[in-house]
Design a protein around this ligand. Structure first.
Ligand code: MTE
Ligand code: HPA
Ligand code: MOS
Length: 774
């Protein structure tokens, strides 16, 4: 069973937002954005732009009929700036013109009078000014303060991780159509159709029933369209509502990079204590999250950083505090892992620090502290059906960790200029929205009279293969061929009040609802079969489109059964509601059972660093991953490979640079580098661990969307290992991404400190290049 879409994708037959045939009378929208990161908006001169060719109307905050507010968690974000601007790229006005070019041209004729205010870009500076999005939060287990006395070794440090641009292939956009009775219909490239619907209704001052949002698929989301698709949907709808004409708004690549938020950069302080057996006794960590200018999803991301601050380890005494710091950057947002990776990078840094100081391999400390069955996580949920040790040991055996270690050591002994490095990266990731009420879903299933099936859910297909999985659930539950099943677009009028497709939980939530609806339909049809054909209901089943009575083919097939049920006026439609059982969390005490289950895995990473250039290659990433009972190994393997490479990009080469004025300097694909084929590991093995899966996972097939991203953290530590093989005793600051530039600067002492003796000996002959990457 393969992913159902790729053949159509490769042929160019799949329909994205920009493929919708343009309706006559459509206006094109372009966004006028703030060119300073913080200031008082004193005036806006629109006269010249209004008179420009093709311009039909220019909208500002004054034109908003409802409330000018789109903040999801905290109401701190106007859709069009009013009074002050908080970040460079913040939308101030919307130009509507007959062509895209005319709309873009008019932008240059708008003049904004903005009185500059002080700009903060650093989260620690923001915290010092008490510029916090929400009050800080602290997770506690045991008592870290008294535990220091039990530690033989205590180490402290600072760890920094950078942001990450989502770089979905399809940029943000929406196409809005006025509907009769003053409503709007919006086609949006969003992970959260209901969020677009709710905020549009609010901004337009109409009911949600007047706003329909439809999503066929996204050209990638990666979290960047969980909340941040909303402004563009709302703006297009505002234009359509006020002009009564269709309005299309699509950001070009550079506008998208400038204007939208990204993964949160974090700056963190850690303190780790170990006993003589290298057991971690205590861990204290303080996270400073760079939230950007508005809350967006930052408080939820912050929370997940705390949930994952001990990664895959049991630590009896933990104090973890997190600050969400307001800066004058575009509001940062969800990105695959949702704050988890940032938390996990810090504990891995703390372990590396301890290992380097003690002169033991980090893996010694890591392995001894892995979670075991029923160990408590810092939020008091026990690790149940825990596969942390199994994942580690399987990876170590299967890929022969001792042999890899020897090979690296041998290579390093024989080579002066090239050094290899090795790391082991275990992961543990919780599946569920951390906000318990969001873990609900619905499915609407129609069986048509010819026996074909239409399924609608709240799931948004963004490349992750959720539509394929939902089709599998329907086909398997009904006992019919997958060719009979169509997964429909995601539409707020068919399935309402949906959570965004996020948290890796889309297939679980929407798959379970689909399964329930299909079970109800199957049961109803079999009851009908039992009366219609006088068969004993017990022992009736449908398999391969044939009705079986106690295993023997009955006189009816799926098609005949459906048709006869219709003529007997049996309903062929079902709507089901699913809410993840057993989960809860009490934020007043920061304790509970927030996750349906956890996903485990381990990656071994081997790199080669060119110590003359600072460039590097990933020789291999070997992964043992806990899929449970994978319902679609092809799709799931793709998620692991893609997630791992995306994580490698975050940790090694994707470097977002804002200057002190809050201007994005890495604003195009010239200056922001994502992994290409050469940057990907030469070998990427994915082993499916033999684990039972979890009953709260759809068909016991565990969620796979986000967990693999964190394997990429291993690349940082493997490079670090290689750097230290070249420059023995050196401890680079924990700062990701480990770009070739940073690697080079860490391979040699600074010029001022250099003496002949401090120089590692390196052959002066020009070496042969090792790869395309160099
Ligand atoms: N895979 C592809 N191809 N495209 C995407 O946008 N998003 C990731 C992950 N894998 C993404 C992806 C993120 S951030 C999440 S939360 C999950 O997919 C969402 O889908 P799921 O819940 O069905 O796993
Ligand atoms: N994960 C991903 N997205 C979310 C979450 C979460 O836990 N909570 C709200 N949006
Ligand atoms: Mo994914 S960051 O939860 O959209």
């Amino acid at each position: 069973m393969n992913h159902l879409d790729p053949v159509r994708h490769v042929r160019g037959e799949s329909s994205y937002l920009d493929d919708i045939p343009v309706q006559q009378g459509t206006l094109y929208a372009a966004v006028f954005e703030a060119a300073v990161a913080h200031g008082r908006l004193r005036g806006l001169d629109l006269a010249a732009a209004r008179a420009a060719p093709g311009v039909v109307r220019i909208l500002t905050a004054h034109d908003v009929p409802g409330e000018n507010q789109i903040g999801g968690i905290v109401p701190d974000e106007p859709v069009l700036a009013e009074g002050t601007v908080h970040f460079r790229g913040q939308p101030i006005a919307l130009v509507l013109a007959h062509t895209e070019r005319q709309a873009q041209a008019a932008l240059h004729l708008i003049k904004a009078d903005i009185e500059p205010l002080p700009i903060i870009t650093d989260p620690r500076v923001a915290a010092a000014h008490n510029e916090l999005i929400v009050p800080p939060r602290t997770f506690r287990l045991g008592d870290s303060r008294t535990a220091w006395a039990d530690c033989t070794h205590v180490f402290e440090g600072v760890a920094e991780s950078g942001g990450q641009e989502h770089l979905y292939i399809e940029t943000q956009g929406a196409y809005a159509f006025p509907t009769e009775m003053g409503g709007v219909r919006i086609v949006s490239s969003t992970q959260g159709p209901t969020a677009v619907q709710r905020h549009t209704a609010h901004v337009l001052g109409i009911g949600m029933h007047q706003v329909e949002v439809d999503v066929t698929r996204l050209g990638g989301g990666f979290g960047g369209k969980e909340d941040q698709a909303t402004p563009w949907g709302v703006l297009a709808a505002l234009g359509a509502f006020l002009t009564r004409r269709p309005v299309k708004l699509v950001l070009d690549r550079m506008a998208d990079m400038r204007m939208t938020g990204k993964r949160h950069p974090y700056s963190s302080d850690f303190r780790i204590g170990l006993d003589t057996d290298l057991k971690i006794v205590a861990y204290e960590v303080t996270f400073y999250q760079n939230a950007g200018a508005a809350a967006d999803l930052s408080p939820a991301v912050l929370e997940r950083t705390l949930f994952h601050c001990t990664n895959s380890y049991f630590i009896p005494n933990v104090t973890a505090t997190a600050y969400s710091c307001r800066t004058n950057l575009p509001p940062n947002t969800a990105f695959r892992g949702f704050g988890g990776p940032q938390g996990m990078f810090v504990i891995e840094s703390a372990i590396a620090k301890a290992a380097e100081e003690l002169g033991v391999p980090a893996s010694e400390i890591q392995r001894r502290n892995l979670l075991r069955e029923n160990d408590l996580l810092p939020y008091r949920q026990p690790a149940e059906m825990c596969h942390a040790e199994q994942a580690w040991d399987t990876a170590a055996d299967l890929y022969n960790l001792p042999r890899l270690r020897e090979e690296v050591a041998e290579f390093n002994q024989q080579n002066e200029r090239l050094k290899k490095g090795l790391s082991v990266m275990p992961i543990c990731f919780g599946i569920s929205f951390t906000k318990t009420p969001m873990n609900q879903s619905r499915a609407l299933v129609h069986i048509y009279t010819d026996g074909t099936v239409g399924v609608s859910t709240g799931a948004v297909e963004m490349g992750q293969g959720v539509n394929t999985k939902i089709a599998q659930v329907a086909a398997q539950t009904l006992g019919i061929s997958i060719d009979r099943v169509k997964v429909e677009s995601t539409n707020t009028t068919r399935v309402a009040n949906t959570s965004p497709s996020a948290a890796s939980a889309t297939a679980d939530l929407n798959g379970k609802a689909t399964e329930m609806a299909c079970q109800a339909l199957r049961e109803r049809l079999l009851r009908h079969a039992s009366t219609e054909y006088t068969l004993n209901y017990e022992g009736l089943e449908i398999r391969d489109e044939q009705v079986l009575a106690a295993g023997v083919p009955a006189e009816t097939t799926w098609e005949k059964l459906v048709s006869s049920a219709y003529w007997r006026r049996v309903s062929l439609t079902e709507n089901a509601h699913y809410a993840t059982p057993d989960i809860h969390f009490d934020a007043t005490i920061e304790q509970g059972y927030p996750f349906a289950y956890h996903v485990y895995g381990t990656a071994l990473t081997v790199v080669t660093v060119d110590c003359l250039r600072g460039t590097y290659e990933l020789d291999a990433v070997h992964i043992a991953h806990d899929f449970g009972q994978s319902m679609n190994p092809a799709v799931d393997r793709g998620q692991i490979e893609g997630g791992a490479v995306q994580g490698i990009g975050w940790m090694t080469m994707e470097e977002l640079i804002y200057n002190e004025e809050g201007r994005l300097l890495s604003n195009s694909l010239n200056s922001y580098k994502i992994p290409d084929l050469y940057a990907a590991p030469k070998v990427l093995d994915v082993h499916f661990l033999d684990t039972p899966g979890h009953p709260r996972a759809i068909f016991r097939s565990k969620a796979v969307g986000e967990p693999p991203l964190m394997y990429g953290i291993g690349a940082y530590f493997a490079i670090r290992d290689a750097v230290r093989a070249f420059r023995s005793g050196h401890q680079p600051t924990f700062s990701a991404p480990f770009t070739p530039e940073k690697v080079l600067l860490n391979l040699y002492p600074p010029v001022s400190a250099r003496s002949a003796a401090a120089w590692p000996s390196v052959s002066t002959s020009i070496p042969a290049t090792t790869s395309a990457a160099s």
